[in-house]
Design a protein around this ligand. Structure first.
Ligand SMILES: [Mn+2]
Length: 293
């Protein structure tokens, strides 16, 4: 053993490997925020989530999985670029390579735009569960056709509306609401969620027929009272407890990959970053359970 191994840490990287146990997830960060429409700074999100993750308990009493006994690998962050197409194409290539190797990508944003790249690399039978306060289904915004307010629209253009389950909408322009209706998109809006006795049952029902899912979480789906550090805060959202219940409803599904996006540490008080870390931990535990480890 060297002094480096004894005294020097690689944190905030969250790699820890238990001998003989392949990594449950392969974490990588996408420090990209060049097309943010309101507050910028989500490029600082990935390391803030890592930092929070290193400071929460990673035993899940609910799922009875102890991540201390599992392996997680952290690949680091994507090289910074301000070019949207280049970022999206790099994400698609990295995710495609991970999927080919049988690994499960866990992506930390950065802007939601990255999901266009990551979901493009998913196998054709994968459905996306898109948690967001917004629909992200504008056709164009800020003179851009691919950016974080149009991301899901571009995914639908490419993969089809039947691939999408949207959860948590409460803020979108009139054109997006009519687009959702016209395309018959499965949207579990906040209005539906808050009128259901057990909101997580709505998601359970929506994914009933699907075995492979990709989970994309814009932290603004959570109410700003619980997660203030996001790019486009929107009142009237889920509590942290409610989104966790939604994730537990996915127990038994094959989660092919996931992302947690739009954290802006500079507007946060620690609530959104620890919520992101908790979501990272619980999603990883669900993956461990599904892999039967
Ligand atoms: Mn959003």
């Amino acid at each position: 053993m060297s002094y480096r191994e004894l005294f020097v840490t690689t944190q905030p990287m969250v790699t820890y490997i238990k001998p003989g146990i392949p990594p449950a997830v392969s974490v990588f960060g996408v420090p990209f925020d060049s097309s943010s429409t309101y507050r910028t700074g989500s490029r600082f999100g990935p390391n803030a989530i890592r930092d929070a993750f290193l400071n929460i308990e990673i035993y899940s009493p609910r799922l009875k999985v102890d991540l201390e006994n599992q392996s997680v690998e952290d690949l680091g962050n994507l090289h910074h670029t301000a070019n949207i197409e280049r970022m999206v194409s790099s994400v698609e290539k990295v995710v495609g390579e991970l999927v080919d190797k049988g690994k499960t990508p866990a992506i930390l944003g950065g802007e939601h735009t990255l999901t266009y790249g990551s979901f493009s690399a998913m196998p054709e039978d994968t459905r996306i569960i898109y948690f967001d306060a917004h629909f992200d289904m504008r056709n164009e915004y800020s003179d851009l056709s691919l950016m974080h307010a149009t991301c899901l629209r571009r995914i639908i253009d490419k993969k089809g509306a039947d691939k999408v389950i949207h959860v948590g909408a409460r803020a979108a322009c009139a054109e997006e609401w009519s687009y959702v209706e016209k395309e018959n998109i499965n949207a579990i809006t906040c209005e539906k969620l808050f009128n259901a006795p057990r909101p997580e049952e709505l998601l359970k029902e929506a994914v009933k027929e699907f075995s492979n899912v990709y989970v994309s979480i814009d932290l603004d789906v959570i109410d700003p009272a619980y997660a203030p550090g996001v790019g486009n805060p929107e009142p009237g959202g889920l509590s942290t407890h409610q989104i966790l219940e939604m994730l537990y409803a996915l127990r038994g599904k094959h989660i092919a990959g996931f992302d947690i996006v739009e954290l802006i540490p500079h507007y946060d008080n620690g609530a959104a970053s620890t919520a992101a870390a908790r979501l990272l931990a619980e999603l990883t535990c669900l993956i461990v359970l599904e892999k039967g480890r």
